[in-house]
Design a protein around this ligand. Structure first.
Ligand code: UT7
Length: 390
């Protein structure tokens, strides 16, 4: 049996606080006219409470994806959290999400490929699923970039926003799902977009903080040139790899960094009509790894995704990296009416996960008391050798 990796659940979470271009005029020397004409951005969402973190946004988006698919957190095998603003160097934000969801049988790790991270994660999920190494994978993109941008640097602070999006990918016998992907990196351009200090090469010191090296630094023009070139070529190759032509594509969901980049690469170079290209950068700015899954959720809500549609995700980011994925949409998009008790049960499970986490922390900190063994589920994965047997 051929295994396919299908997106069966999706969810997004955006902070409530809206920061408009007018608000930014009060913070740095900029104008609504400049921001709109150079980027297409009108407003973005920004976290305002210390309780809103990359992990908490990711958890809410992931819970929404599980809810949409009607899948229990205990059935997830792997959680991949792509992020450019992880809560810590370690532990991985994905582990915090695993704990918050009570996903007791899931491995979890963060993926660092900047704005391309979500598509990198999706590619990995596809490989894990099609080889039989996993059945159910959560791929999340989550950011609180407002905490790592320099609010005195008009070159960067006007561009970014906070938010999270997630998809649940599962093994399916239904042909389709993720058809092909293209990943790329050109580390010679690493300096063009970086967070210079706070890693092992340049640990945080009074001097690095004074020099504002713990914030995002960017050569905007260099990234712009790279992006317009690579978005078009990555789209061409992923479509060809899927055995399709550009005319077969029903919807392109590009990384939402700048409306001009999308226009120049996808619309002008590839000549894909604007009605087949999803853009919401005007409302959320650049949410890095979260931009594609947030856009996907909105596209579905707006009725722009239908079963059997050929969809392309394409992204670029720090690294420099790029990534594209082509998929044939398989899941029904009309709202699945959940039974009230299913919703209540899931909420109850998250409450129980929080309680269980607290108890485990207490026990771990109590000398002489042993933590109960973590139950390791029976191997229920498909036998990867099965296809070789006759
Ligand atoms: O996910 C990947 C993340 N990064 C990106 O996607 C960034 C890619 N680059 C871009 O989107 C664009 O290069 C920017 C939006 C960053 C800049 O647009 P641009 O058309 O390339 O402008 P520029 O860098 O050529 O700058 C033009 C002028 C400069 O002034 P001078 O040197 O010509 O006097 C800047 O200082 O605009 C000035 N400027 C601003 N003015 C008002 C830069 N930022 C601002 C601002 N408000 N916020």
């Amino acid at each position: 049996m051929t295994r396919y990796a299908q997106i069966v659940g999706w969810g997004a979470h955006l902070p409530e606080r809206v920061l408009t271009n007018k608000d930014l005029e009060e913070i740095v020397d900029t104008s609504d006219e400049w921001i709109v004409s150079r980027t297409g951005i009108r407003e973005r969402r920004i976290v305002h409470s210390p309780k809103e973190t990359t992990g908490s946004l990711a958890t809410r988006a992931a819970a929404a994806a599980l809810h949409r698919a009607n899948v229990d957190a205990n059935d997830v095998d792997l959680i991949i959290c792509a992020t450019s603003s992880p809560e810590h160097q370690f532990p991985a934000t994905a582990c915090l999400v695993q704990d918050a969801l009570g996903a007791r049988h899931a491995g979890a790790f963060d993926l660092s490929a900047a704005c391309s991270g979500f598509v990198y994660g999706l590619t990995l999920a596809n490989s894990m699923i099609t080889t039989g190494a996993a059945e159910t994978v959560l791929v999340i993109g989550s950011e609180t970039l407002s905490r790592i941008v320099d609010w005195s640097d008009r070159n960067t602070c006007v561009l970014f926003g906070d938010g999270a999006g997630a998809v649940l990918v599962t093994a399916s016998e239904e042909p389709g799902g993720i058809l092909s992907s293209v990943l790329g990196s050109d580390g010679s351009g690493g300096d063009a977009l970086s967070l210079p200090a706070g890693g092992s090469k340049l640990p945080t010191t009074v001097e690095t903080v004074a020099a504002r090296q713990h914030y995002v630094h960017m050569d905007g023009r260099a990234v712009f040139r790279f992006a317009t070139r690579v978005m078009a070529s990555a789209t061409r190759s992923v479509v060809a790899k899927a055995g399709l032509t550009l005319d077969d594509i029903d919807l392109v969901i590009p990384h939402q960094a700048n409306a001009r980049i999308i226009e120049s690469s996808v619309i002008h170079q590839l000549k894909i009509p604007p009605e087949k290209v999803f853009v919401n950068v005007d409302r959320y700015g650049n949410t890095s790894t979260a931009s594609i899954p947030i856009a996907l959720c909105e596209a579905i809500e707006m009725g722009r995704v239908r079963p059997n549609d050929n969809i392309v995700f394409v992204s670029f980011g720090a690294g420099l990296t790029w990534a594209a994925a082509a998929l044939k949409w398989g899941a029904p998009v009309s709202a699945t009416p959940h039974k009230w008790w299913q919703t209540a049960q899931r909420q109850g499970n998250y409450g129980a996960a929080r309680a269980q986490s607290t108890v485990r922390r207490l026990i771990r900190n109590s000398p002489g008391i042993e933590l109960p063994e973590i139950e390791i589920p029976e191997i229920r994965l498909a036998d990867p050798l099965r296809n070789l047997r006759i």
